[in-house]
Write a protein that binds this ligand. Structure first.
Ligand code: ZN
Length: 94
């Protein structure tokens, strides 16, 4: 099957015909490409993560309050991971 050279972005706000390279490859899609162009997907993810950042931060804070022991464990592990990384960097001659 030959791929078409262009595709129309399915985002109603965009709806532009763009070169096929402007669409991410997606397995399982009819034409093997995402419905929205890269630009639209990038904008979408940016907005999505901005909208959810506060939510996740709040959830995490609450979880820590409810699970102080686990949070301590988590912090300890994060600390160890960080230290191990630094150590590895040092040994690699950084
Ligand atoms: Zn688009």
């Amino acid at each position: 099957m030959t791929e078409p050279l262009t595709k129309v972005c399915q985002n109603p706000d965009c709806n532009q015909e763009k070169p096929i390279d402007e669409f991410y490859k997606k397995k399982g899609y009819k034409d093997g490409r995402a419905a929205r162009c890269k630009e639209c997907l990038r904008a979408y993810f940016r907005e999505y993560s901005a909208a959810h950042r506060d939510y996740y931060r709040e959830t995490w804070k609450e979880w820590k309050l409810r699970n102080p022991e686990k949070a301590k464990e988590h912090n300890k592990r994060a600390c160890e991971k960080y230290r191990a990384k630094k150590k590895a960097e040092k040994e690699a001659g950084q």
